[in-house]
Design a protein around this ligand. Structure first.
Ligand code: ADP
Ligand code: MG
Length: 357
């Protein structure tokens, strides 16, 4: 599906008038061989904001981080950090720290030495170095492991060491490239909460790359959705989820539930493409009328996917197309038991019909 160029609000709404921590103006990155990884990107990130860059593999997320960090230089456009033009400045001359997915720890150094490393480079005196490194380790709750070798740590602990090393120099901006990718789900969710807390209390601007929509929505003040090197949408997690700007965003963030073409005409009496989120859809017996003012349609239950707290009910519509409804497995409030092959009525409030461009 071709991406549509969209104008990103140049200033994050809540920080109008302030100097942005990061400003990308018309930034384009073309690699040798003609791959355009980033197309003419305009994006401002406010001081102290937690921004997630969300998109599928190859959509240009890492390239954007590398352009901010200075590991790449743009083919065109300008990179500003607190209004300073750093477009051609080397990485060490930017008040930015990057945490890579593989953590890039020094295996021959202890945990403490790893965390001290940036301070050593900055020629911070020994006592202060140690103090600050221990404080950073306390932030990530690893103070007990200061003397351990980094090869004798679990994945989650290694991730924390990388984070402590990133925080020790108190950078203005922290760039994180899928840093939780190697962790199992439980640890990942725990680290997400901790990261959010660290970001809030430190006031550091975080730019966090992920291809995981749950992670992007959980962490962000604002999430920027990328596809093929372009921004599809930028907004709060609620905006992006509840008001996806395109069929791409509707499908990538959350379950794709799109009525289009003839189906939209039959069900909604309107042209175009429309998205309805699964949790907005009510499933009832087919002979029960929909609530006054609600949209409704009829179909056959094709699949029931039980996942503990919820059941996903996939319905093939008589009007063509498929809709998924998400049912909460609550106390059972008199809803009829569902079975595959059963004909049911789906209904929803018209305000949940989201037009897609
Ligand atoms: P993401 O992080 O979203 O997976 P990347 O920013 O790594 O995406 O890559 C965006 C596009 O740029 C991809 O098509 C990738 O193959 C290409 N690309 C990235 N780095 C290079 C490079 N050094 N040389 C050539 N092409 C590259
Ligand atoms: Mg990447």
């Amino acid at each position: 599906m071709p991406s549509v160029a969209r104008t990103v609000p140049v200033t994050p709404p809540q920080h109008a008038g302030e100097v942005p921590a990061i400003s990308l103006r018309g930034v384009r990155k073309e690699f040798p061989g003609g791959v355009v990884a980033v197309h003419d990107l305009d994006l401002d990130i406010a001081e102290g904001e937690f921004v997630t860059l969300l998109g599928p593999s190859g959509s240009g997320k890492t390239t954007v981080l590398r352009l901010i960090a200075g590991f790449e230089q743009p083919t065109a456009g300008t990179v500003l950090l607190r209004d300073r033009d750093v477009t051609t400045a080397p990485p060490f001359d930017r008040d930015v720290h990057t945490v890579f997915q593989d953590y890039a720890l020094f295996p021959h150094l202890s945990v403490l030495r790893n965390v001290e490393y940036p301070l050593r480079i900055a020629k911070v005196p020994r006592t202060e170095r140690r103090e600050r490194a221990l404080a950073a380790l306390a932030t990530v709750r690893l103070e007990g492991l200061a003397d351990r070798s980094t090869t004798a740590l679990s994945g989650g602990q290694r991730q924390r060491v990388a984070l402590a090393r990133a925080l020790v120099n108190r950078p203005a901006v922290l760039l994180l490239d899928e840093p939780l990718g190697a962790l199992d789900l439980k640890l990942r969710e725990q680290m997400q909460i901790e990261l959010k807390e660290i970001q809030r209390s430190s006031g550091i601007t975080f730019v966090f790359v992920t291809h995981d929509q749950d992670e992007a929505l959980t962490l962000a003040d604002r999430t920027v959705v990328f596809s093929e090197g372009r921004v599809e949408q930028a907004g709060s997690p609620q905006e992006v989820y509840e008001r996806p700007a395109s069929a791409f965003v509707a499908g990538f963030v959350g379950t794709s539930n799109v009525l289009a073409g003839e189906t939209a005409g039959t069900v909604l009496g309107r042209e175009g493409s429309w998205s309805i989120r699964p949790e907005k859809i009510t499933v009832t017996a087919v002979d029960r009328e929909a609530a006054a003012g609600w949209s409704s349609t009829v179909g056959v239950v094709e699949e029931l996917v039980y996942t503990g707290a919820t059941t996903r009910c996939v319905v093939a519509l008589e009007a063509g197309g498929v809709l998924s409804a998400l049912l909460l497995n609550g106390s059972g409030d008199g809803a009829p038991p569902l079975g595959r092959g059963q004909t049911v009525r789906l209904s929803w409030q018209p305000e949940h019909e989201i037009p897609l461009m």
